[in-house]
Design a protein around this ligand. Sequence first.
Ligand SMILES: *Cc1c(COP(=O)(O)O)cnc(C)c1O
Length: 362
Amino acid sequence: MIPFFDLTKQYASIKSEIDDATARVLKSGWFILGPEVAAFEKEFAEYIGTRYAIGVGSGTEAIHIALLALGIGAGDEVITVPNTAVATVAAIELTGARAVLCDVRADSMLMDIDALARAITARTKAIIPVHLFGQSCDLDPIFEIARARNIFVLEDCAQAHGATYRGKRVGSMGDIAAFSFYPTKNLGAYGDGGALTTNDPALAERVNLIRQYGWRERYASDIKGMNSRLDELQAAILRVKLRYLDAWNAARRARAALYTELLRGVIPPREMNYGQSVYHLYVIQTAHRESLISNLKSQGIGTAIQYPQMIHRQAAYTNLGYRDDDLPVASQLARAILSLPLYPELALDDVRAVANAINDFK
Ligand SMILES: *Cc1c(COP(=O)(O)O)cnc(C)c1O
């Protein structure tokens, strides 16, 4: 049996450190916005390479709060891609802004610059490049388009903790960036969590206020806000895990390299030469997906599809008004993509077994 994902092995490998960290928080009696969150924010900002990191309740809320902090709302347009977690578009629409979808490149499966340029209108206020599957978008041309028109760039880094673009970590280059610590992400909590990173002190301050009712002082809301706080338990857990992130990402890269070396008859993911992917997912393309899935399943090998339905195909977002023909590359990819088991603790022999099963499939 080779499951698609297994979180139990990682906990077993760091159990004593995690247990110490959680016991420390439970004994302290302090659970919301305390020393663990403050320390994690400092450590995470240092890791990403920004002046500020602010912990929030989830990745979805990180994107939502970033857009609110940028002043985006009704009447504005925000451009992103159709092959993302629904969270990206959900967060845009929650602000009252309209989500505009642009197509992706066939090689990287990431935001296509020509499609982006065509999607810009006078109402465009922000672009959300999604660093999907662990790989950075080609950011320089996106910044070029954005800066010429005073458009904000919000990086969706939920799948790319530690990935680099031209030597810098994703999340350090946009006006602001959003991370998720959902348990299966490269840096995952044992519950929900998220963070924003930025170098802009004014933006960081607005994010800080918005995540807690707009309070500058307790019980006095300066601006309109919400409740979206990373909690002390998750922050203490994330502080332990952050110390392993580079090693875990290297283990993912080694397993991805082995898959790519061994696999035949399917299209492996393409790593672009401008940066290093952290392989949140290892996504192949195959013309025989459904039969391959059931063949692998019969051998006890788990797979998944990220994502089976593009955003504009989902009932809640048909209002966006896109047809597959408007997004031909993403539509083609949606029919062919298949995610194989990939996590730092996956045995190399299991990678070989999955690759052999795929190569033997007729
Ligand atoms: C997971 C994810 C999110 C949302 O994060 P949550 O913490 O689950 O709310 C946003 N964008 C992308 C690309 C994701 O993969």
